[in-house]
Design a protein around this ligand. Sequence first.
Ligand SMILES: Nc1ncnc2c1ncn2[C@@H]1O[C@H](COP(=O)(O)OP(=O)(O)OP(=O)(O)O)[C@@H](O)[C@H]1O
Length: 673
Amino acid sequence: MAHSQKKQREAPAQGREGSGERRLSPGGEPREGKGKRKRESEEQPSARRQKKLKTKQPRSPSEERAGTEEAADGSSPTKKKKANRRKSKVQPEGTEADSEEDIKQQDSRNNFKKKSNKGRKADEETQGDETGKKESSEKAGGGKPTEEEVPLVASGQGADCAPSSMMILGDYEAKPVQKVQPFLPQWLAEPRRVQKRIRENLCPVRDVPGIHPRLLKKLQMNGIDSFFPVQAEVIPAILQSAAHGFLQGRGGFRPKDICVSAPTGSGKTLSFVIPIVQVLLDRVVCHVRALVVLPTKELAQQVSKVFNVYTDGTGLKVVLITGQKSFAKEQEMLVQKKVTGYCSLADIVVATPGRLTDHINQTPGFSLTQLRFLIVDEADRMIDDMHQNCLNQIVRAAFQGENHSGSNMLFQRTKPGPLTAASSCSPQIPLQKLLFSATLTQDPEKLQQLDLFQPRLFTSVYSEKNRDGTETEQNTNNKYTLPEGLSQCYVPCDLNSKPLLLLHFMLKMKFTRVLCFTNSREASHRLFLLVQAFGGVTVAEFSSRLSPNERKRTMKEFEQGKIQLLISTDATARGIDVKGVNYVINYDAPQFIRTYIHRVGRTARAGEAGVAFSLVLRIQERRFLRMLRDAGIQDIQKHPVKGNSLKPLVQQYEGALCKLEKIVKNERAQKRA
Ligand SMILES: Nc1ncnc2c1ncn2[C@@H]1O[C@H](COP(=O)(O)OP(=O)(O)OP(=O)(O)O)[C@@H](O)[C@H]1O
């Protein structure tokens, strides 16, 4: 039967909250979270999916229109324009209405809510912390509402505010919509499991078969007696794939690509450094055989250092190309021109994407046609960013028909097609891709962009606690694992108390070796100035405001314990391995789950213990907790700090604020001059 009904539109909670979320300047002023929303769609795949699927309470028509448009924020400028024209605006949850019009709309929404189906509670409520609420909502709903449930409203309900131009076929009753399960290819659905508890699962180095005696000695010299679980799994897998020399994979076939998703600090770097050095130990001619691509200079430097340790004395050459040296200097390090043509001076190249692309295009003789391993560290970021283009260029360069020297290659490479008896007969150097990250996407569509060959996935499996205390392993998309030794807390607070809380942690609670994250370099700078003006803490900042040399020096001093509080942008959030970080403080709550995971992962590394505190504004609290819960992170403790504990700091803090004002004015004047 057909009946008229008001069309329900969706206004995803995250969209609304996201639009209302404010970024904080270190001085404490809130700023609208716009502009630096890059990678949003990629950073929050789960959130994006929820935006599409999650449905909200019924609302008034004008508001619904606005809600829809706001939900599409950033993706549909036309819709945005329409929204402006209608002058309807939806307030972010928990924020105050800005104008009378907003308040009226709020009222009409509330009235409408009352009229609508009582059993259908607010999405936020069903997802709230209180399970009681959830249960009652489930019961009243007469079914088991899921996040993706579409609340249909019977024509009688809310008909007073419904335009009746829409004919909808179907039942009056709200029916739960079945959650659509994404289809996972077998390699993703059945990954090779890696234990996440490092200390309980150490594997003595000598128990891992096939490690070259030379490397065993080096490992011992570097104090490594046991491999971490990820290393014990991945090293033999890579070695095995190269067991038949450079030309063919196992059994004459192309080796499988390898993806590794393991928590921060679990030792992923060594799990590719050791087998690659070992495979290249016997090489005769120097060619670029391994290429490691990383998103930042600091990370590239860090990885090349590890390669240097294990190639030292082997004759293998590691070249770092990140733009820290002049282009010409890097060219000299990469290739040498001889009478017979160009020859490579690098066996292993560690590079950032931009500079690497420049060399592929502009350095004569720089050839990747003998490339055997392409290692993409922090792979999720490399897939998401524009770096994807760089990866395509690398693959193109690796299968280029002619090399720059003009000489014919013995084993010319062609881009592999379908595997046939004929294709497996011709000897070729296979290109094997190795992907690593703590937050590797397991979204098949995204991984498909990398054109992986029969990939194998190694992953620390996300496990969910059962009521009886046992754990069940889950194979769920976009659920991540954190280091075992990490304790997580969040402090609900307001804007003004954030600097005081940081000072309280440093001065009263005597936190040491603290890495503190803000959401922008300006915020980092001003917070640094404020803490410095307050006094009593050895503090430094780390951001792109500093020159590469200053950054290097600062990081060294922090590592040596000369700096107790390092205030940083997300420049240090990923991959940076600083020994002995006791605490991570998210001064500004991260907006994306992957940012959270990488930031907190700067502590509790290599099986050690560490604590992460997140200062969360009360209006952000619900969204923050939901973001963690959606990613499978549940063991975060609420850690309220009473106002009384902060009082003793207030007077000195006010003095520091005055000093800060003067410093900022001076800086501005200097900039203008
Ligand atoms: N087998 C081992 N024994 C002792 N220490 C190790 C071992 N393997 C790695 N480490 C140390 O553990 C720390 C973390 O390693 P690594 O930086 O490779 O972690 P990761 O998994 O790459 O982390 P992230 O995801 O944050 O980049 C490093 O300081 C490294 O030296």
